[in-house]
Structure formats: structure tokens, C-alpha cells
Design a protein around this ligand. Structure first.
Ligand code: AMP
Length: 178
């Protein structure tokens, strides 16, 4: 089966054109490799951009959205596979179980929730799927500094830092996945 890449990212565009450009490049690169995009099925912000970039390059898309967000996040029904769940927890579970790797683009609190869930599961040894932060425009510098601080202050082993790889841009993230 083709590689499935789960992408977590903002339901908004952020304040820099570089964020949208990274979503476009990531989506195009996923499709070009014959991989499948797994994401939150919204048609807003970077979520919508990454999905449209995959579709524009004739790639496969798998979206998962809970019923209550269908309106707010504009559920994108024209995906290759479109799954509607009852809850956020089911959404996250279906997305993760259908992915071989996780890529995190810039985003807000929702993106962070998803990132930390996957990171903490890796820390507990529940999975070994690659986890890549796309640090566009240094957006995740603060998060990376916080993770380093957690290790430095004795609240995690240094191995925590081996569970996540930071890429400066979408192209480098795709190289890591290759
Ligand atoms: P944000 O990064 O806040 O723009 O959110 C990005 C995506 O994460 C959106 O599709 C949100 O619905 C989703 N999200 C927000 N909170 C959670 C949560 N607690 N669990 C799972 N997904 C969430």
C-alpha cells in the first residue's frame, strides 16, 4: 500500500504567505510521490490548502471530520475518502491509525494538541511512526525551545528530542520521509 502521510496544520492561514506556500509544496510533494494525504477534512486555512494541492496533482486524499465541525471547518466532501466521526477522539484515532508518518505544519492550539498526543504516545513506546515538524519561518522555534527546556529541567529523558525531527521547509520534510 502507498505511504499515508497524516498532516496536522492550522484551520487558518496565519500571518505569513510562507505558511500557505509550505502547505502547497507539501501537498504537491505527497501527490508527486504517489502517497496519500490523511488530514482533518476541512476546507479552511492550511488544511484546505494542503488538500487542494494534493487534489490538483491528482493525489489521493483521506479526510476525517467530526459531525459538529462539518459547518465550522467546511467539511471537504470531494476527497477520495471522506469519513465523518461522532467525536474529536474518534477523528484523531482514525487519522492516526491510517497514517504511516505524521507531518506538522504551522497551526494553533488544535495542531499542538494533535502534535503532543502523537509525541507522548511515541514517548510511551506505543508507536514508532516518524513525526516531523515543518518549522516554516521559524514558527516552531518556541515549541522546540520548550521541548529542550523540558529535557534540561529534568522532566524528560534526552531521548524525547529524538522522537521529533524539525525540517526548515516542506521540501526537507519530504526528503526526511523519503
Ligand atoms: P488549529 O491548529 O487550532 O487551527 O486546529 C487545527 C485542527 O485541529 C482543526 O481541524 C481542529 O478542529 C483540530 N482540533 C482542535 N482541537 C482539537 C482536539 N482537542 N483534538 C483534535 N483535534 C483538534
Amino acid at each position: 500500500m502507498a505511504k499515508s502521510i497524516c498532516v496536522y496544520c492550522g484551520a487558518r492561514d496565519g500571518d505569513a504567505p510562507a505558511f500557505a506556500a509550505a502547505a502547497d509544496a507539501l501537498g504537491a510533494g505527497i501527490a508527486a510521490r504517489g502517497w496519500r494525504l490523511v488530514y482533518g477534512a476541512g476546507d479552511v486555512g492550511l488544511m484546505g490548502r494542503v488538500a487542494r494541492a494534493v487534489q490538483d496533482a491528482n493525489g489521493e486524499t483521506f479526510g476525517v471530520i467530526p459531525t459538529h465541525l462539518m459547518e465550522m471547518e467546511v467539511g471537504k466532501r470531494d476527497l477520495t475518502r471522506f469519513v465523518v466521526t461522532e467525536t474529536m477522539h474518534e477523528r484523531k484515532k482514525v487519522m492516526f491509525m491510517n497514517a504511516d508518518a505524521v507531518v506538522v505544519l504551522p497551526g494553533g492550539a488544535g495542531t499542538l494538541d494533535e502534535f503532543f498526543e502523537v509525541l507522548t504516545w511515541a514517548q510511551l513506546g506505543l508507536h514508532a511512526k516518524p513525526l516531523i515538524l515543518v518549522n516554516v519561518d521559524g514558527y516552531w522555534d518556541g515549541l522546540l525551545a520548550m521541548l529542550n527546556g523540558i529535557v534540561a529541567r529534568g522532566f524528560a529523558d534526552a531521548s524525547l528530542l529524538d522522537l521529533v525531527r524539525a525540517a526548515p521547509d516542506a521540501g526537507t520534510a519530504l526528503e526526511y520521509l523519503d
